[in-house]
Structure formats: structure tokens, C-alpha cells
Design a binder for this molecule. Structure first.
Ligand SMILES: [Zn+2]
Ligand SMILES: [Zn+2]
Length: 182
């Protein structure tokens, strides 16, 4: 859905949508598992810029929720996670801060985004918000045993015959110590 500047100049825009999986490309490591629900509103905000100049910023306020399919950080099996969040964002016209990089990095300004041309795609806003809400490290279960570093077996499902690397070293060390003691 395009949040169009032309429409915002006439009135505030409200939205309430359910985006099917694949409506947004989250990259190869992340699948949207259920519809992405979102609702909110967008409005134009005049931002003063000295000498009588003003920017037409788009302010988008809303929330979202969906279920994502991630990969377990240890065994790489699929993991489902609910994600949800609120947002209150400002988008400036692209180029508004050209030559002012230092100023735009400071403090809350880091949250400012940019739109170009006709307006702002709601899908782009949601893509960024969902990616920010993704847990950094998901595991299928706390006790997940992960993959064998030697043969790659999923140790939750099968026991392999590889010797644990660290276990062997410690074993040898203990043997030497025992010999030294006696
Ligand atoms: Zn796992
Ligand atoms: Zn193994």
C-alpha cells in the first residue's frame, strides 16, 4: 500500500491490513508464517528548517503482529516465534539532510527514515519494523543439543559416534595428572 503524499495533503490516512506471507521479502533466513496484521495512521508534519523553510515529513503511527519462522541457532531446525510491536516514525523527503550527515546521526535523529517521490510504501515500513523485532538468537528448545561439530548430525534426533573434542583433551590431561601423582 502506497501512503501517498498527494492524499496526505488532503487528509490523514488510516490503514488496517492483513498482509499474506510473501507480500514482503524478509530475505532467505526468515519466513512469515501467518498473515501480518497491521493498523495505524499516517499524517503530514511540517518540520521547520530555519529561514522560513519547512519540510513535509510523513509521520506513521501504528502496530503490527505476525508469526515468523526462524532457524534454531544451534540445530537449524525451523522455530516459530510470535513478534509484535508499536511504531511511531518520521520519514523525511529523500535528500532533505544531504550534507548534514553529522546532524542527522545525533540522538533521536537516528530513527528518522526517508521517502522519495510519491510517498511511502507501508510494506517498507513494516519490513524494517519486523526485522527490528526478530529475536537475535532463537532456539527450538532450551535443551537443544545442536549439531555435532564433526559430522553435522542433529544430536536431538541421533547420537553419533564422534568423540567430543574438548572431552578427549581433558581426559588426556587427567590421565597425565594421575600419572604424576602416583
Ligand atoms: Zn535446535
Ligand atoms: Zn558426529
Amino acid at each position: 500500500m502506497l501512503i501517498s503524499i498527494r492524499e496526505l495533503e488532503l487528509h490523514e490516512v488510516t490503514f488496517s491490513q492483513e498482509l499474506r506471507p510473501e507480500a514482503i521479502d524478509f530475505g532467505p533466513d526468515l519466513q512469515q508464517h501467518t498473515p501480518l496484521r497491521t493498523q495505524g495512521r499516517a499524517e503530514l508534519v511540517q518540520e521547520r528548517r530555519g529561514r522560513g523553510q519547512a519540510l513535509e515529513d510523513i509521520r506513521v503511527v501504528g502496530d503490527f503482529s505476525t508469526q515468523l519462522e526462524l532457524r534454531c541457532a544451534r540445530c537449524l531446525e525451523p522455530v516459530l516465534r510470535d513478534v509484535a510491536g508499536d511504531f511511531d516514525l518520521i520519514y523525511r523527503p529523500l535528500g532533505a539532510d544531504a550534507g548534514m550527515e553529522e546532524r542527522s546521526i545525533q540522538g533521536a535523529e537516528a530513527d528518522v527514515g526517508y521517502y522519495r517521490g510519491e510517498g511511502l510504501l507501508l510494506e517498507d515500513v513494516l519490513r524494517e519494523q519486523v526485522l527490528l523485532a526478530v529475536p537475535l538468537k532463537a532456539v527450538c528448545k532450551e535443551a537443544c543439543k545442536g549439531l555435532c561439530p564433526r559430522c553435522g548430525s542433529n544430536l536431538n534426533f541421533e547420537a553419533c559416534t564422534c568423540q567430543p573434542v574438548s572431552g578427549q583433551r581433558w581426559g588426556a590431561l587427567h590421565e597425565i595428572r594421575d600419572k604424576l601423582k602416583h
